[in-house]
Design a protein around this ligand. Sequence first.
Ligand SMILES: [Cu+2]
Length: 352
Amino acid sequence: MSGTFWLTAAAAGLLLAGCGPPAPANQETTVRVQEGPDTVPPADVSHGEAPIGGPQADPAPVAAHLAPAERIRLHRIRLEMNHTPVTIAPDVRYAAWTFGGTVPGPVLHVRQGDTVAFTLVNRANIPHSMDFHAAEIAPSKYYVNVMPGDSLHYRFVARVPGAFMYHCGTAPAAMHIANGMYGALIVDPIVPRSKARELVFVQSEFYLTPKPAADGTRGLDWERLLSLAPDHVVFNGRAGQYAAHPIDVTPNELLRLYVVNAGPNRTSAFHVVGGIFERVFQDGSQTSPLAGVQTVDVPVGGGSIFEVRLREPGDYPFVTHAFADATKGGVGVLRALAPGAKPSEQAGAMTH
Ligand SMILES: [Cu+2]
């Protein structure tokens, strides 16, 4: 929708009550209302900041379901860094810097006490690096620049359970993160958590150059980044993708949402509309979860674990309740299906 929005006299009279006498109901006058988001007909569902159920042409959504951790104690993980275009919103391609060719990078999943034997390979044309928030090692030894064509290997023990960010730490880190170099590493506790449907959401922002490059991609606008003015705020790399493709769940089943906020700038005020979190494990905290809470901030560079049950069939948006950011794409939908209902397109079952 563009330009102005025209209202009949009767509807305009309702909107403009107090601004002068409304036109008679039978008079076919129109009132020009200044363009703005409040002139767009609202979605039927509360917090419907993005259309629910997108057109078929929408790109396939990124996987949200967390695969179980492999039952091994030594995880050999190799990530290649390269620069490649990715889709961040319908019809928006971004010239991203990536771990493994996707934004976010792959979700990594281990158990407390496991060793990660990590190899980083730089296929890009500038230096990059890797900083695991789940590791307790000396940055001066391991979070160092890897030159183009070079590689780096190090190990760490994932001693603390939780939802952790990983990212490139090469300066300026805000640029490397804003360009897409981040992901989530989930560490399960030694005593397994209770059975649940587990989903991972990495929130982040994109700051776009005003015009596309010759190849049609947009790049990073550094001034917009410094002004904290993102064009898109996304879960798992694409604006509103889980509103366009809701994630099917079952009423009353335990949902466990691992939310990592990569930023680089905006706090996530994470909230599920129509739900109250039974427990929230903030960052690596296992011993004293919050209970019975509605919205919990996930700081930039942090990750928390949210447990919630949706009590009846229906669509439940999840958002950052900082609503400018939800409007920019930080919104998705959990669809609690009545028993026997036909499943939606399964967003969580698909991959990049
Ligand atoms: Cu980098």
